[in-house]
Design a protein around this ligand. Structure first.
Ligand SMILES: [Zn+2]
Length: 234
């Protein structure tokens, strides 16, 4: 009987051990089931919420330059689709949303004896690439220097169709020159362009792009405003 008892005791111990091991495993599994979603979901939520923040404007300057997608001070812009383009001059196309406003602005300026000339509108990313790299090599400038006067391909407001370079018909020598700011056309634009929803993109205070008094962008539609939202927060 003693032996049986002893056997029973051993068995009980063994059984108890057997029962405890799976129970431990169960606890471990339960723990994992409870904590894994936490470790997966919380970081996922943080990434998601971060991605859904338009711009981290409250972060330090160094972080802004990392997160905002800019290259050498220029924001990335997609190329407009061809069906949204409309010819405004021979060889000059713009976004159809700004067509009427642009022509109205030129017409109103004309009534006051100011003759605006459209110099450049939509540019394909391919053309921007040619401009950026060919002029860069001609002028012996590195990319950063070149980016102060011309956007890298894929980063030009011109590829959106919402940008227009404007000259003064009576002062064509000031085309694409800072001296354009001394023309009657620029003076008129400064006072009136906003009535037609045009805004100077790169003013004298721009952090990374040189002053371009001839380069205006249209912000008269939600589509355009969305495109330039980041730039306007700078
Ligand atoms: Zn321009």
């Amino acid at each position: 009987m003693e032996i049986e008892k002893s056997d029973n005791n051993i068995l009980e111990i063994q059984v108890a051990k057997r029962e405890q091991l799976p129970s431990d495993k169960k606890t471990l599994v339960n723990l994992l089931f409870l904590t894994i979603p936490f470790f997966v979901l919380v970081p996922s939520f943080l990434v998601w919420s971060n991605n859904n923040k338009p711009y981290n404007i409250t972060l330090s300057n160094s972080k802004i330059s990392i997160n905002d997608g800019k290259i050498l001070g220029h924001y990335p812009y997609d190329e407009i689709s061809e069906e949204d383009l409309i010819k405004v001059e021979p060889y000059i196309y713009v976004h159809k949303d700004m067509y009427n406003s642009l022509l109205k602005m030129r017409e109103e300026a004309g009534k006051e004896g100011i003759y605006l000339v459209f110099l450049s509108g939509y540019r394909s990313i391919k053309l921007q690439e040619e401009i950026f790299y060919s002029l860069k090599s001609q002028r012996n400038q590195n990319a950063a220097e070149r980016a102060k006067v011309s956007a890298p391909p894929g980063y030009s407001e011109h590829s959106t169709g919402f940008a227009i370079d404007i000259g003064d018909a009576e002062n064509r020598q000031t085309d694409f020159e800072v001296d354009f700011e001394n023309t009657k056309a620029f003076d008129w634009l400064k006072k009136n362009a906003s009535r037609f929803h045009f805004k100077l993109s790169f003013d004298r205070n721009h952090k990374s792009v040189d002053y371009e008094p001839w380069h205006w962008r249209y912000e008269g539609s939600i589509k355009a405003l969305k495109l330039f939202e980041a730039s306007n927060r700078d």
